[in-house]
Design a protein around this ligand. Sequence first.
Ligand code: FAD
Length: 445
Amino acid sequence: MVDPPAPVPDTSSTVVRSAHVLRVETGRSPLPSADEITPPPRKDPVTQGSLETFREQTRAWLEEHAPKSLHNTNDVRGRADYWGGRKADAPADVRRWCAVMAERGWTAPTWPAAYGGGGLNPAQARVLDQERRRLGLPEPLIGFGLKMIGPTLLQFGDEAQKQEHIPKIIRGEIRWCQGYSEPGSGSDLASLQTRAILEEGRYVINGQKVWTSYADKSDWIFCLVRTDTTVKKQAGITFILFDMEQPGVSVRPIPLISGASPFCEVFFENARALPKNVVHEVNAGWTVAKALLQHERAWIGELFTSSITGAREELVALARQYLEAPEGPLPDAVTRDSITRVALEEQAFLLTLKRAAQRTRAAGGRPGPESSVLKAAGTELNQERRALATQIAGPAALGWEGPGFSERELDLARTWLRSRGNTIEGGTTEIQLNIIAKRVLGLPG
Ligand SMILES: Cc1cc2nc3c(=O)[nH]c(=O)nc-3n(C[C@H](O)[C@H](O)[C@H](O)COP(=O)(O)OP(=O)(O)OC[C@H]3O[C@@H](n4cnc5c(N)ncnc54)[C@H](O)[C@@H]3O)c2cc1C
């Protein structure tokens, strides 16, 4: 979505592109090697002991408080996803699960307790995640609040903005959407035209956004607007937050060929926003926009940890079923080769992801331009896996709805088609490669 200006890193760098997984080595601040991934707590019996106590307490707490109806539902894709917000329409247990977790700050386990977060350290957060998965519980809350605007506000917001918005994100009270892309501004995001003019103590906003995912279900928007037309394009952009429920905002869903669509066009006709909701500074929104995109790309990359894990098992099981080979070597050498390649790439990607996570932790939770590596590699790899699964299942994977297909088969078609958009949202693969070339490798622009 965005091709940021290119501050050249102060380092010589090399990259080895092995299939779809990039290995990045920078002299400045290298990712830890695979050997360094294993966390060290075993050396410290106190830390290890307290972590084990934390695990026991967490396990007991989850068993007591998580609704029984949600046990073993986290592998049903999207079924128990809860995005929160004023328009949320979810079963009572899903809401209750979010509420009890939010009360402990466990919808945002590592965020500061001062704003309602869990205040956990990364090791504790991992334990919480493992124990939740052990019971097959879904994440209590997901969405752009937790993954995009929340971390950005923690980084750039002033104290009043954090106090106002972060607790509502943690409790799932407000659902957010992302107002970046415009009809003429996708990859060239900085050319955006939506105008905001300060009049009588308020910003008056006019213009249009497009491809705004879930705008029709969202309450607030984090939006890029042009506040100065006389300077170079990046320098006249402001990052502002406002409530969508007002007369100046209208949302029109964009129907897709399938009938359903998460996309919307959003029109602003004298929409209003308060100056106190400018994040960072007026005309300095480009810096905030880029930081948010790094969170978004890291998130999209991470999403593939769960969807990529287990490629070999899934693909072999599909091949056994659809190639009618219940045991022994799979009969088709090309399929065997394709599965092996995807499985190897998966392993390399997961190791890269762990190294990147360690580096992000070391940088205080702020992903750098290396998030583009995860985004590009993860989404390409996921597409390859989904396409292979569809190919193995053959005509059984071509159903969209209706009888004649199992739920698993319908899921094959949907996840394959959805994976196409992954290499576009959050900035296309070409744009990620540009960023890697300029900002990670320091190649001339
Ligand atoms: C599933 C999904 C969800 C989305 N959700 C949101 C959202 O919530 N909010 C939001 O604001 N936007 C959203 N988008 C929009 C998305 O960010 C844009 O589609 C994306 O940035 C590309 O912009 P574009 O569609 O205008 O394509 P263009 O920018 O017109 O690109 C067209 C093609 O040209 C290539 N290209 C363009 N410039 C370059 C270059 N400099 N170098 C090399 N190749 C280039 C691109 O890679 C692409 O292949 C979403 C998109 C998808 C698919």
